[in-house]
Design a protein around this ligand. Structure first.
Ligand code: HEC
Length: 113
């Protein structure tokens, strides 16, 4: 009987020992997934609103759209460009909120080589 109880305790402690690091890694995986979601949304928004002229990689140049891979604009200028437009580049102030414009701006910078 006693060996049985000890065995049972040993199995229990193995189970507990295994489950706690698993729980930890599950929480660790959730934390970095949040910035990924944001950049994914920037990617989605770019494909939806911008890729028609700039192309998915920013180089298509449709309707004279600037090549975003060689663009040298700073953050504020990119935000202004998206918000207010310029010549044939449309303004997106009425379609995108500030958070979305920031997400797209991050995405635009990620396109640069
Ligand atoms: C209808 C076509 C069109 C769409 C859609 C469009 N753009 Fe543009 N974009 C242009 C054109 C044309 C220019 C060049 C404007 C100029 O400088 O006269 C430009 C320029 C830019 C520039 C400036 C690059 C530089 O270095 O001068 C950025 C940044 C930019 N677009 C980002 C975006 C983003 C982000 C979106 C989506 C929210 C978008 N564009 C949607 C046509 C478009």
């Amino acid at each position: 009987m006693k060996t049985h109880t000890i065995l049972l305790l040993a199995i229990l402690s193995i189970l507990v020992g295994c489950s706690s690091p698993e729980n930890k890694s599950a929480t660790q995986q959730q934390t970095p997934s949040q910035p990924a979601e944001i950049s994914d949304n920037g990617n989605n928004l770019f494909e939806e609103k911008c890729a028609a002229c700039h192309g998915a990689d920013g180089t298509a140049g449709i309707a004279n759209a600037a090549n975003l891979q060689i663009s040298k604009l700073d953050t504020i200028s990119v935000i202004r460009m998206i918000t207010h437009g310029k010549s044939t580049m449309p303004a997106f102030a009425e379609q995108l909120d500030t958070g979305e414009i920031k997400q797209i701006t991050n995405y635009v910078f990620n396109l640069r080589k």
